[in-house]
Ligand binder design. Structure first.
Ligand code: PLP
Length: 464
């Protein structure tokens, strides 16, 4: 019998099976429909380090870690595969009230990296982890505040997932269009992108941006708000690094108004910004942290919602038959997830990938800044570690965004050159204009040079 990968010897059969039956994520399907001008769906087949190959044999440098900033340690790591294999053969799955060896040992290792937090609740996607967090907030509200302190604040341009409650906390209009009505009790606060802050920008902007959150808290009533949920650096919304003074003020607001601080580390976790978690760049003490993509670097599906002991304590009332967290995640019971995650964490330490993320991120940022002098279409470069963005403009003075068609043409030009880059597309009408770079944390100067050269050529050809 053929193995799965022997079918690769008949690429046409795979392509046609895909064309006929796979409904791709985030894709227009019309161009792939049978007909004289039909495009072939691109089938990705193999990866080593930062390089991936498609079914036609074309090689790419992947600067977006699997498309959505996930494969932090790169492709083809045998020791992760072995750990997954061992865990599956030993006990592939157990969910419910009992634990597993990989689940227990990974929780212990993870908590070492998160001083002040102590409890790990497993799930299997970023959206799900976020929903766990908000269910915790709601249960605390019912148990301790008569159900009143139930609102979740989220920020314009942030994204917290694809499920309906997560979209209810979604600050990206184009992702939300057509999926309402949304869940009640989610309230938006303004973004903190100084480049687009108009009159508010300038000295002291961080405090002013945070003050806008306070206005919403006071308008809604602090006693109705259970949590404030923020990305440490807004990812798909355009790589927004919060301005100086912002986080100090946000932490202080949460303390003053007794609001739980929930940081969504689904993208920024595990060294993406150069520290284990993005919030650690700012000395924050969150109450709840959610994580997904980098946990097992794409080798297995796993996410987690991590809390302080103080949050956990509120679910310990054994005089109440329903006092515990009344939630489950079936696939939060797959042992492959924590088994892979243990190896990913060890590799991150052994290969000093946090330091490499910081060093190579600074190099990527400086190379992109250099491009700015040649290409006025680059309005701003921003990011931390190996998480960088370049906002493109039609006019650097007015900052009018470069039209999405041209941004997409730049991405396509890079792809043709064998470099996969991302863009903040399908997020905010008129503002899908930031190129995104998040290569695996093993990137070298040579890799960065290849990425930046591709972008240089692409902008030159598309914008002139
Ligand atoms: N949170 C953030 C910041 C994300 O960028 C994403 C996905 O891109 C999610 C949550 C949702 O994660 P998932 O797609 O695993 O549900």
């Amino acid at each position: 019998m053929d193995t799965l990968y022997d079918r690769q010897n008949d690429p046409r059969a795979v392509i046609e099976a895909d064309r006929a039956h796979v409904w791709h994520h985030l894709a227009q399907h019309k161009p792939f429909e049978p007909g004289p001008h039909a495009l072939d769906p691109r089938i990705m087949v193999e990866g080593h380090g930062l390089r991936v190959w498609d079914i036609t044999g074309k090689e790419y440098l992947d600067s977006v870690s699997g498309g959505v900033w996930t494969t932090n340690i790169g492709y083809g790591r045998e020791r992760v595969a072995n750990a997954v294999r061992d865990s599956i053969l030993k006990l592939c799955f157990w969910a419910g009230a009992q634990g597993t060896i990989p689940g227990a040992l990974y929780a212990e290792r993870l908590i070492e990296k998160m001083p002040g937090l102590s409890r790990v609740y497993y799930a299997n996607s970023g959206s799900e982890a976020n929903e766990k967090a908000w269910k915790m907030v709601r249960q605390i509200s019912h148990k301790h505040h008569g159900g009143r302190k139930s609102k979740i604040l989220y920020r314009d341009r942030d994204y917290h997932g694809t499920t309906l409650a997560a979209l209810s906390a979604g600050g990206q209009q184009e992702r939300n269009a057509m999926y309402g009505p949304f869940a009640p009790g989610f309230v938006q606060v303004p973004h903190c992108l100084e480049y687009r802050a108009g009159e508010l920008a300038g000295e002291g902007y961080g405090e002013r941006a945070a003050a806008q959150i306070e206005e919403v808290i006071l308008r809604e009533g602090p006693d109705t708000i259970g949590a404030l949920c923020l990305e440490p650096i807004t990812a798909g919304g355009g790589i927004i690094v919060p301005p100086q003074g912002y986080w100090e003020r946000v932490q202080e607001l949460c303390r003053r108004y007794d609001i739980l601080l929930h940081i969504d580390e689904v993208v920024c976790g595990f060294g993406r910004t150069g520290t284990w978690f993005g919030y650690q760049q700012y000395g924050l003490q969150p109450d709840i942290v959610t994580m997904a993509k980098g946990v097992a670097s794409g080798y297995a599906a796993i996410s987690a919602c991590v809390t302080t002991e103080a949050v956990f304590d509120q679910f310990k009332d054994d005089t109440d038959r329903l006092g515990y967290f009344r939630d489950i995640s079936t696939f939060g019971g797959c042992t492959a997830g924590p088994a892979a995650a243990l190896e990913v964490l060890a590799i991150t330490e052994e290969e000093n990938l946090l330091a490499n993320s910081t060093r190579m991120g600074a190099y990527l940022s400086s190379q992109l800044q250099t491009l700015m002098s040649r290409h006025p279409a680059i309005g701003e470069v921003r990011g931390l570690g190996l998480f960088q963005g370049a906002e493109l403009v039609a006019d650097p003075t007015t900052r009018e965004p470069l039209p999405e068609k041209q941004v997409q043409a730049i991405v396509a030009d890079c792809l043709a050159q064998g470099v996969i880059i991302g863009a903040s597309n399908r997020s905010m009408p008129g503002f899908n204009n930031t190129l995104l770079f998040a290569p695996a944390l093993i990137a070298t100067e040579g890799d960065i040079d290849q990425i930046v050269n591709a972008v240089d050529g692409a902008i030159g050809r598309v914008v002139g």
